[in-house]
Design a protein around this ligand. Structure first.
Ligand SMILES: [Zn+2]
Ligand SMILES: [Zn+2]
Length: 413
């Protein structure tokens, strides 16, 4: 096997670079930037990779970049490895030397770790390419603005995955121990959309609801009927769920108002149900509203679809984890109802998102991402480098394997 030398090479690489990568992550952690404002982060990554002889191409908006390793002239497949650069509008409440220096901005989702991992994997793979040991090309895709679930679309608009055969990504996960990689074939994250319903009618006196449209009653019906009807109109396995978070109507106890609102989120684990959801909800809203003589408008704001992992890519991640981390590294990841914009890439090309275990002896039991005290056991960076680098090498060597003879298919009925 052409990649059997990878674990020993990774050991050697990390012995030389792990401390630097941890320092790199701490610097990003201390200087977090929100989506589409990742100018300093982009510069830091570009400078480090350029120092290793690579040629980063910064995206036109000034944040995010693509860095190709290997030469297109040599042929072979193109595999992308993706990291996200942005932080969250959350205050950093940890007492650590690398605590955020920016008020109310914090790397509470671990994107600083993803970025450091990809820098490490890039340096390692560039070293292999220099020695002629990369059977194809690798594209490092540092995307902006994941938290607003738009950065992937921005990067794709700039050709980030054009010509890419397969894409891998990882995400920090406090449910997994350090050294564990959570994998799952099929959907691994959920879809999350926002809806707002506005109902309107003529208004009137509460003594005479029959002469007008009883708007508050109708709004109440919409709020209770919609989630109930969904559970009977959609396959329960899709876990399509509508939960309201906001409702308002009226000013006086004896006046039927002219308008009212309700807003909530629609979450879903299934891609097909996600595509059907807006039309389905529109139909349900209108049928309830018309029964009570009010007019209803539904504003449906799309978030992201579920991220659907391709089986072959998950197998490659699993082989990479066993090869470069250890035989016990792979664990089954549950599907999460949270959204991840990696889903946009996975709609277009095969690939997979892996969960990177970050739980160490110091990790609080109830730690979750997006919390003000979120932090990782930094040994996760080395583990992430091993996973990403080995996955790329395996995917490239499989992709460049000699094809099966095609002659036998000719003439077959
Ligand atoms: Zn996040
Ligand atoms: Zn995230």
């Amino acid at each position: 096997m052409p990649h059997r030398d990878v674990p020993a090479e990774l050991d050697e690489f990390l012995a030389a670079h792990e401390a630097e990568l941890i320092e790199f992550r701490r610097d990003l952690h201390a200087h977090p930037e929100l989506g589409y404002h990742e100018h300093r982060t982009t510069r830091r990554v570009a400078l480090r990779l350029a120092a290793a002889g690579l040629r980063p191409v910064i995206l036109p908006k000034g944040t995010g970049m693509l860095v190709d390793i290997g030469s297109a002239a040599d042929g072979g497949p193109l595999v992308a490895l993706r990291a996200d650069l942005d932080a969250l509008p959350v205050s950093d409440e940890k007492q650590v030397p690398y605590r955020s220096t920016v008020p109310n901005v914090c790397h509470a989702c671990g994107h600083d770790v993803h970025t450091a991992v990809l820098v490490g994997a890039g340096l390692f793979l560039a070293g292999r390419a220099d020695r002629g040991l990369l059977p194809g090309r690798v594209r490092l895709l540092f995307q902006p603005a994941e938290e607003v679930v738009e950065g992937a679309l921005t990067a794709m608009g700039e050709g980030a995955i054009t010509g890419v055969d397969r894409i891998f990504a990882l995400h920090c996960d406090p449910r997994f121990e350090i050294g564990q990689i959570g994998l799952r074939t099929g959907p691994i994250t959920g879809a999350c959309d926002k809806i707002k319903v506005r109902v309107s009618g003529p208004g009137g006196h509460t003594a005479r609801p029959h002469l007008t449209a009883d708007l508050v009653y109708a709004l109440g019906k919409i709020v209770t009927e919609l989630p109930a009807a969904l559970s009977r109109r959609v396959d329960p396995r899709s876990s399509l769920s509508l939960v309201w978070g906001q409702i308002s109507a009226g000013l006086a106890p004896n006046a039927i108002p002219e308008e009212g609102f309700a807003a909530g989120t629609v979450r879903c684990l299934d891609e097909e149900a996600w595509y059907q959801a807006p039309d389905l909800l529109k139909g349900l809203v209108n049928s309830v509203a018309s029964a009570y003589g009010v007019i209803a408008e539904l504003d449906y704001v799309r978030g992201v679809p579920p991220a659907v992992n391709d089986g072959d890519s998950v197998r490659i991640l699993g082989e990479a984890a066993e090869l470069a981390i250890g035989p016990e590294a792979v664990a089954l990841a549950p599907q999460s109802l949270g959204g991840e914009d990696v889903a946009w890439y996975l709609e277009s090309i095969p690939g997979a998102l892996a969960r990177l275990g970050i739980r160490g002896p110091q990790t609080p039991t109830d730690l979750d991402i997006h919390q003000p005290n979120f932090d990782v056991d930094e040994r996760a960076i080395g583990v992430g480098v091993r996973l990403m680098a080995a996955s790329a090498v395996i995917a490239l060597s499989e992709g460049s394997a000699p094809e099966e003879p095609v002659a036998s298919t000719r003439g077959a009925a």
